[in-house]
Write a protein that binds this ligand. Structure first.
Ligand code: 13P
Ligand code: SF4
Length: 331
Protein backbone atom coordinates (compact mmCIF):
# COMPACT_ATOMS: atom_id res chain seq x y z
CA UNK A 1 0.00 0.00 0.00
CA UNK A 2 1.48 3.43 -0.90
CA UNK A 3 2.32 5.60 2.10
CA UNK A 4 0.61 8.95 2.25
CA UNK A 5 3.14 11.74 2.63
CA UNK A 6 1.92 14.46 4.91
CA UNK A 7 3.78 17.70 4.38
CA UNK A 8 3.50 20.24 7.12
CA UNK A 9 3.06 23.93 6.45
CA UNK A 10 6.54 24.92 7.67
CA UNK A 11 8.25 22.42 5.37
CA UNK A 12 6.22 23.65 2.39
CA UNK A 13 7.05 27.27 3.16
CA UNK A 14 10.75 26.45 3.46
CA UNK A 15 10.67 24.67 0.09
CA UNK A 16 8.81 27.56 -1.54
CA UNK A 17 11.36 30.05 -0.21
CA UNK A 18 14.27 28.00 -1.54
CA UNK A 19 12.65 27.35 -4.93
CA UNK A 20 11.58 30.94 -5.57
CA UNK A 21 15.22 31.99 -5.09
CA UNK A 22 16.55 29.21 -7.27
CA UNK A 23 14.07 30.07 -10.07
CA UNK A 24 14.33 33.83 -9.56
CA UNK A 25 10.52 33.81 -9.56
CA UNK A 26 8.11 36.60 -8.81
CA UNK A 27 5.06 35.45 -6.85
CA UNK A 28 1.98 37.52 -7.64
CA UNK A 29 -1.26 36.97 -5.69
CA UNK A 30 -4.76 38.34 -6.11
CA UNK A 31 -6.47 39.88 -3.08
CA UNK A 32 -8.81 36.84 -2.86
CA UNK A 33 -6.06 34.27 -2.39
CA UNK A 34 -5.74 32.22 0.79
CA UNK A 35 -3.99 34.07 3.65
CA UNK A 36 -0.94 31.76 3.57
CA UNK A 37 -0.47 32.46 -0.16
CA UNK A 38 -0.87 36.22 0.26
CA UNK A 39 1.68 36.19 3.07
CA UNK A 40 4.29 34.67 0.72
CA UNK A 41 3.59 36.90 -2.31
CA UNK A 42 5.94 39.59 -3.62
CA UNK A 43 2.95 41.54 -4.91
CA UNK A 44 -0.70 41.37 -3.82
CA UNK A 45 -3.33 43.45 -5.57
CA UNK A 46 -6.42 43.90 -7.69
CA UNK A 47 -6.52 42.96 -11.37
CA UNK A 48 -5.17 46.30 -12.57
CA UNK A 49 -2.25 46.37 -10.13
CA UNK A 50 -1.36 42.78 -11.01
CA UNK A 51 -1.48 43.49 -14.77
CA UNK A 52 0.86 46.42 -14.26
CA UNK A 53 3.23 44.34 -12.12
CA UNK A 54 3.29 41.56 -14.71
CA UNK A 55 4.06 44.08 -17.46
CA UNK A 56 7.15 45.50 -15.78
CA UNK A 57 8.85 42.66 -13.91
CA UNK A 58 12.37 41.51 -14.76
CA UNK A 59 12.04 38.06 -13.18
CA UNK A 60 12.20 35.25 -15.76
CA UNK A 61 9.45 33.32 -13.95
CA UNK A 62 6.08 34.69 -12.78
CA UNK A 63 3.95 32.47 -10.56
CA UNK A 64 0.41 33.81 -10.79
CA UNK A 65 -1.71 32.91 -7.77
CA UNK A 66 -5.11 33.83 -9.13
CA UNK A 67 -7.35 32.50 -11.87
CA UNK A 68 -6.63 31.50 -15.45
CA UNK A 69 -7.42 34.80 -17.22
CA UNK A 70 -5.04 36.65 -14.89
CA UNK A 71 -2.11 34.36 -15.72
CA UNK A 72 -3.05 34.63 -19.38
CA UNK A 73 -2.90 38.44 -19.20
CA UNK A 74 0.53 38.20 -17.58
CA UNK A 75 1.71 35.96 -20.39
CA UNK A 76 0.25 38.31 -23.03
CA UNK A 77 2.15 41.25 -21.51
CA UNK A 78 5.38 39.34 -20.84
CA UNK A 79 5.74 36.73 -23.60
CA UNK A 80 9.43 36.18 -22.91
CA UNK A 81 8.71 35.17 -19.29
CA UNK A 82 7.53 31.78 -18.07
CA UNK A 83 4.11 32.34 -16.48
CA UNK A 84 2.90 29.61 -14.14
CA UNK A 85 -0.61 29.05 -12.80
CA UNK A 86 -0.27 26.64 -9.84
CA UNK A 87 -3.69 25.04 -10.42
CA UNK A 88 -4.71 24.58 -14.03
CA UNK A 89 -8.41 24.22 -13.09
CA UNK A 90 -8.55 27.63 -11.39
CA UNK A 91 -10.78 29.43 -13.89
CA UNK A 92 -13.30 32.27 -13.63
CA UNK A 93 -16.87 31.16 -14.42
CA UNK A 94 -17.81 34.71 -15.42
CA UNK A 95 -14.93 34.88 -17.91
CA UNK A 96 -16.25 31.64 -19.39
CA UNK A 97 -19.68 33.19 -20.00
CA UNK A 98 -18.45 34.92 -23.12
CA UNK A 99 -16.57 33.22 -25.90
CA UNK A 100 -16.02 34.49 -29.38
CA UNK A 101 -18.81 32.11 -30.44
CA UNK A 102 -21.40 32.57 -27.59
CA UNK A 103 -23.28 31.84 -25.25
CA UNK A 104 -25.78 34.13 -23.50
CA UNK A 105 -28.35 33.88 -20.73
CA UNK A 106 -31.99 34.89 -20.99
CA UNK A 107 -33.30 36.71 -17.91
CA UNK A 108 -32.45 40.09 -19.36
CA UNK A 109 -35.89 41.76 -19.48
CA UNK A 110 -36.42 41.48 -15.77
CA UNK A 111 -32.94 42.85 -15.19
CA UNK A 112 -33.45 45.86 -17.47
CA UNK A 113 -36.78 46.73 -15.84
CA UNK A 114 -35.07 46.65 -12.48
CA UNK A 115 -32.44 49.13 -13.61
CA UNK A 116 -34.79 51.63 -15.23
CA UNK A 117 -31.98 53.31 -17.20
CA UNK A 118 -30.84 53.42 -20.82
CA UNK A 119 -29.19 50.09 -20.90
CA UNK A 120 -29.40 47.54 -23.62
CA UNK A 121 -28.62 43.84 -23.66
CA UNK A 122 -26.63 42.40 -26.49
CA UNK A 123 -29.10 41.04 -28.99
CA UNK A 124 -26.69 38.49 -30.34
CA UNK A 125 -25.55 34.96 -29.75
CA UNK A 126 -21.84 35.39 -30.40
CA UNK A 127 -19.43 38.21 -29.80
CA UNK A 128 -18.71 38.44 -33.52
CA UNK A 129 -22.43 38.59 -34.27
CA UNK A 130 -22.87 41.31 -31.64
CA UNK A 131 -20.09 43.37 -33.19
CA UNK A 132 -21.62 43.10 -36.64
CA UNK A 133 -24.98 44.35 -35.29
CA UNK A 134 -23.38 47.47 -33.83
CA UNK A 135 -20.78 48.54 -36.38
CA UNK A 136 -18.59 51.29 -35.01
CA UNK A 137 -19.36 50.54 -31.34
CA UNK A 138 -16.07 49.71 -29.60
CA UNK A 139 -15.93 46.58 -27.44
CA UNK A 140 -14.77 47.19 -23.87
CA UNK A 141 -13.90 43.88 -22.31
CA UNK A 142 -13.44 43.31 -18.61
CA UNK A 143 -10.06 41.68 -17.90
CA UNK A 144 -12.13 38.72 -16.68
CA UNK A 145 -12.19 37.29 -20.22
CA UNK A 146 -10.12 34.84 -22.22
CA UNK A 147 -7.25 35.95 -24.46
CA UNK A 148 -9.36 35.04 -27.50
CA UNK A 149 -12.14 37.40 -26.38
CA UNK A 150 -9.61 40.14 -25.63
CA UNK A 151 -8.25 39.68 -29.13
CA UNK A 152 -11.74 40.46 -30.50
CA UNK A 153 -12.07 43.57 -28.29
CA UNK A 154 -10.91 47.15 -28.65
CA UNK A 155 -9.89 47.90 -25.09
CA UNK A 156 -9.81 46.16 -21.72
CA UNK A 157 -10.97 47.49 -18.38
CA UNK A 158 -10.88 46.38 -14.76
CA UNK A 159 -13.29 47.11 -11.94
CA UNK A 160 -11.13 50.07 -10.89
CA UNK A 161 -10.99 51.86 -14.25
CA UNK A 162 -14.12 50.75 -16.18
CA UNK A 163 -15.80 54.16 -16.13
CA UNK A 164 -12.56 55.94 -17.07
CA UNK A 165 -12.03 53.54 -19.98
CA UNK A 166 -15.56 54.04 -21.32
CA UNK A 167 -15.28 57.81 -20.94
CA UNK A 168 -11.97 57.78 -22.81
CA UNK A 169 -13.68 56.52 -25.98
CA UNK A 170 -14.97 58.96 -28.59
CA UNK A 171 -18.00 56.86 -29.61
CA UNK A 172 -21.44 57.45 -28.03
CA UNK A 173 -22.36 53.76 -27.96
CA UNK A 174 -20.12 51.12 -26.42
CA UNK A 175 -20.33 47.35 -26.00
CA UNK A 176 -19.30 46.02 -22.59
CA UNK A 177 -18.58 42.35 -21.92
CA UNK A 178 -19.11 40.10 -19.98
CA UNK A 179 -20.31 41.49 -16.62
CA UNK A 180 -23.81 43.00 -16.67
CA UNK A 181 -23.32 44.41 -13.16
CA UNK A 182 -20.12 46.26 -13.97
CA UNK A 183 -21.82 47.47 -17.17
CA UNK A 184 -24.79 48.72 -15.11
CA UNK A 185 -22.40 50.55 -12.79
CA UNK A 186 -20.84 52.33 -15.77
CA UNK A 187 -24.18 52.93 -17.57
CA UNK A 188 -25.49 54.82 -14.54
CA UNK A 189 -22.51 57.16 -14.58
CA UNK A 190 -21.97 57.88 -18.25
CA UNK A 191 -24.00 59.60 -20.95
CA UNK A 192 -22.96 56.92 -23.43
CA UNK A 193 -25.26 54.10 -24.40
CA UNK A 194 -24.01 50.80 -23.00
CA UNK A 195 -24.79 47.50 -24.68
CA UNK A 196 -23.92 44.69 -22.33
CA UNK A 197 -23.35 41.00 -22.36
CA UNK A 198 -25.43 39.03 -19.89
CA UNK A 199 -22.66 37.58 -17.71
CA UNK A 200 -22.18 37.82 -13.97
CA UNK A 201 -20.02 36.56 -11.11
CA UNK A 202 -21.87 33.96 -9.09
CA UNK A 203 -20.07 34.98 -5.89
CA UNK A 204 -21.12 38.65 -6.08
CA UNK A 205 -24.50 38.05 -7.72
CA UNK A 206 -25.60 36.10 -4.64
CA UNK A 207 -25.64 39.15 -2.31
CA UNK A 208 -29.25 40.06 -1.45
CA UNK A 209 -30.99 43.17 -0.18
CA UNK A 210 -32.00 41.15 2.91
CA UNK A 211 -28.36 40.27 3.67
CA UNK A 212 -27.44 43.93 3.69
CA UNK A 213 -30.50 45.13 5.61
CA UNK A 214 -29.78 42.55 8.30
CA UNK A 215 -26.13 43.59 8.64
CA UNK A 216 -27.03 47.29 8.63
CA UNK A 217 -29.47 46.65 11.47
CA UNK A 218 -26.85 44.77 13.47
CA UNK A 219 -24.18 47.40 12.78
CA UNK A 220 -25.99 50.73 12.36
CA UNK A 221 -22.81 52.79 12.43
CA UNK A 222 -21.06 50.75 9.73
CA UNK A 223 -19.88 51.80 6.27
CA UNK A 224 -20.99 49.57 3.40
CA UNK A 225 -18.46 49.15 0.58
CA UNK A 226 -19.27 46.98 -2.39
CA UNK A 227 -17.55 45.58 -5.47
CA UNK A 228 -19.18 46.60 -8.80
CA UNK A 229 -19.71 42.92 -9.64
CA UNK A 230 -22.60 42.97 -7.14
CA UNK A 231 -26.09 43.52 -8.59
CA UNK A 232 -27.26 47.11 -9.12
CA UNK A 233 -29.79 47.02 -6.28
CA UNK A 234 -26.92 46.20 -3.93
CA UNK A 235 -24.69 48.88 -5.48
CA UNK A 236 -27.50 51.37 -4.81
CA UNK A 237 -27.44 50.51 -1.09
CA UNK A 238 -23.68 51.04 -0.78
CA UNK A 239 -21.80 54.03 0.62
CA UNK A 240 -18.94 53.29 -1.77
CA UNK A 241 -18.35 51.08 -4.82
CA UNK A 242 -14.78 50.01 -5.51
CA UNK A 243 -12.38 47.35 -6.78
CA UNK A 244 -10.76 45.05 -4.23
CA UNK A 245 -7.78 47.38 -3.78
CA UNK A 246 -10.17 50.35 -3.77
CA UNK A 247 -12.00 48.73 -0.85
CA UNK A 248 -8.68 48.32 0.99
CA UNK A 249 -7.85 51.99 0.46
CA UNK A 250 -11.28 53.18 1.64
CA UNK A 251 -11.14 50.95 4.73
CA UNK A 252 -7.78 52.53 5.64
CA UNK A 253 -8.92 56.09 4.97
CA UNK A 254 -12.42 56.13 6.49
CA UNK A 255 -12.37 56.94 10.16
CA UNK A 256 -15.02 54.39 11.21
CA UNK A 257 -14.79 51.19 13.21
CA UNK A 258 -17.19 48.88 11.37
CA UNK A 259 -17.45 47.98 7.69
CA UNK A 260 -19.80 45.78 5.68
CA UNK A 261 -17.90 44.39 2.71
CA UNK A 262 -19.57 43.19 -0.50
CA UNK A 263 -16.82 41.07 -1.98
CA UNK A 264 -14.96 37.77 -1.61
CA UNK A 265 -13.77 36.88 1.90
CA UNK A 266 -10.10 36.59 0.92
CA UNK A 267 -9.93 40.38 1.12
CA UNK A 268 -10.36 39.96 4.89
CA UNK A 269 -6.70 38.97 5.24
CA UNK A 270 -5.40 42.43 4.28
CA UNK A 271 -8.39 44.31 5.68
CA UNK A 272 -7.65 42.95 9.17
CA UNK A 273 -3.88 43.17 8.86
CA UNK A 274 -3.91 46.78 7.67
CA UNK A 275 -6.64 47.96 10.07
CA UNK A 276 -6.18 46.56 13.55
CA UNK A 277 -9.07 47.72 15.71
CA UNK A 278 -11.58 47.84 12.83
CA UNK A 279 -14.23 45.17 12.23
CA UNK A 280 -15.25 43.77 8.84
CA UNK A 281 -18.45 41.87 8.09
CA UNK A 282 -18.84 40.16 4.72
CA UNK A 283 -22.21 40.44 2.94
CA UNK A 284 -23.07 36.77 3.47
CA UNK A 285 -21.53 33.85 5.28
CA UNK A 286 -18.89 32.02 3.26
CA UNK A 287 -18.66 34.57 0.44
CA UNK A 288 -15.98 32.54 -1.28
CA UNK A 289 -14.77 32.09 -4.86
CA UNK A 290 -13.90 28.37 -4.96
CA UNK A 291 -11.62 28.86 -7.95
CA UNK A 292 -9.47 31.43 -6.18
CA UNK A 293 -9.12 29.05 -3.27
CA UNK A 294 -7.81 26.15 -5.34
CA UNK A 295 -4.26 27.37 -4.96
CA UNK A 296 -2.64 26.02 -1.80
CA UNK A 297 0.90 25.99 -0.38
CA UNK A 298 1.30 22.54 -1.87
CA UNK A 299 0.29 23.62 -5.38
CA UNK A 300 2.51 26.70 -5.13
CA UNK A 301 5.46 24.49 -4.12
CA UNK A 302 4.67 22.05 -6.93
CA UNK A 303 4.44 24.93 -9.43
CA UNK A 304 7.92 26.15 -8.53
CA UNK A 305 9.41 22.67 -8.27
CA UNK A 306 7.94 21.22 -11.48
CA UNK A 307 7.52 24.50 -13.42
CA UNK A 308 3.80 23.89 -13.90
CA UNK A 309 1.36 24.88 -15.33
CA UNK A 310 2.82 27.03 -18.06
CA UNK A 311 0.30 29.51 -19.50
CA UNK A 312 1.09 30.56 -23.04
CA UNK A 313 -1.09 32.25 -25.62
CA UNK A 314 -0.66 31.64 -29.36
CA UNK A 315 1.20 34.52 -30.98
CA UNK A 316 -1.58 35.65 -33.35
CA UNK A 317 -4.09 35.91 -30.46
CA UNK A 318 -1.50 37.41 -28.13
CA UNK A 319 -0.63 40.33 -30.43
CA UNK A 320 -4.30 41.32 -30.79
CA UNK A 321 -5.14 40.79 -27.11
CA UNK A 322 -2.08 42.83 -26.10
CA UNK A 323 -3.40 45.80 -28.06
CA UNK A 324 -6.54 45.85 -25.91
CA UNK A 325 -4.55 45.49 -22.69
CA UNK A 326 -1.95 48.11 -23.70
CA UNK A 327 -4.66 50.58 -24.61
CA UNK A 328 -6.08 50.21 -21.11
CA UNK A 329 -2.69 50.47 -19.42
CA UNK A 330 -1.98 53.72 -21.33
CA UNK A 331 -4.99 55.41 -19.70
P1 13P B 1 -10.56 43.29 -8.80
O1 13P B 1 -9.96 43.81 -10.04
O2 13P B 1 -11.38 44.31 -8.08
O3 13P B 1 -9.51 42.70 -7.91
O4 13P B 1 -11.60 42.14 -9.16
C1 13P B 1 -11.25 40.93 -9.75
C2 13P B 1 -12.28 39.92 -9.58
O5 13P B 1 -12.22 38.85 -10.14
C3 13P B 1 -13.40 40.25 -8.75
O6 13P B 1 -14.24 39.15 -8.63
FE1 SF4 C 1 -14.47 35.18 -11.35
FE2 SF4 C 1 -16.15 35.94 -9.47
FE3 SF4 C 1 -14.14 34.35 -8.82
FE4 SF4 C 1 -13.72 36.94 -9.47
S1 SF4 C 1 -14.82 36.15 -7.69
S2 SF4 C 1 -12.57 35.18 -10.17
S3 SF4 C 1 -15.27 37.24 -11.06
S4 SF4 C 1 -15.85 33.88 -10.20
Amino acid sequence: MPTKIIEDQDTLIREIQALRKERNALIIAHNYQRAEIQSLADIIGDSLELSRAAAKTNNPVIVFCGVHFMAESASILSPDKTVLLPEITAGCPMADMVTVEGPRRTDRKEYRDLLGIAFEFADAFTLRDLKSRHPGAPVVCYVNTSAAVKAESDICCTSSNALKVVESLKEDTVIMIPDRNLSAYVAKRTKKKVITWDGFCHVHQRVTVNDINKLRKEHPDSVFIVHPECPPEIQDMADHIASTSGILRLAREIDKKEFIIGTEEGLGYRLKKENPGKEFYFAYEHMVCPNMKRITLRSLRNALRDMQYVIKVSENIRIKAKRALDRMLEI
